[in-house]
Design a binder for this molecule. Structure first.
Ligand code: HEC
Length: 128
């Protein structure tokens, strides 16, 4: 009897754990962001522009960063949808972009990465 109850409890825990993975995982997103750090940082411009304040910002609008004409003229605003499309296939979504990077093919990884960018972009690291 106790063994059976233990098993049921374990099954319930397992179900809870797999339900939790459906929500974006900011910590996993932070690990995926390591790939972007080859060229980007949150608070400073490097090969790519800073990512502080990314969500809600117009594409190609960080003052002083030397964007490609394609990015400057894209008229995009970065939100979950546009970021998902861009990060999936940068050179297809913005033809002519200077971001020569293959992209992140896995939809779940993109979701976690965007959740991280959203949170990190408003974090203390981004406060002046
Ligand atoms: C090989 C270097 C490189 C890598 C790796 C890279 N980027 Fe970029 N990124 C750039 C460059 C260069 C630009 C400017 C593009 C332009 O002007 O066309 C850019 C631009 C961007 C922009 C537009 C920002 C703005 O201000 O409009 C976003 C968003 C972005 N990158 C996200 C990412 C994410 C997320 C990753 C990781 C999955 C990543 N990048 C990986 C080089 C890189």
């Amino acid at each position: 009897m106790t063994a059976a109850r233990g098993l049921l409890a374990a099954m319930a825990l397992g179900a809870a754990a797999s339900a939790a993975t459906a929500a974006p995982d900011v910590l996993r997103g932070e690990q995926i962001y390591v790939r972007c750090m080859a060229c980007h940082a949150l608070a400073s411009d490097r090969v790519g522009p800073r990512h502080c304040g990314l969500l809600g910002r117009r594409a190609g609008s960080v003052p002083g960063f030397d964007y490609s004409p394609a990015m400057k003229n894209s008229k995009l605003v970065w939100d979950e949808k546009t970021l998902d499309l861009f990060i999936k296939a940068p050179t297809q979504f913005v033809p002519g972009t200077a971001m020569t990077y293959d992209g992140v093919a896995d939809a779940g990884e993109r979701q976690d990465l965007i959740a991280y960018l959203k949170k990190a972009g408003q974090s203390d690291a981004c406060k002046p």
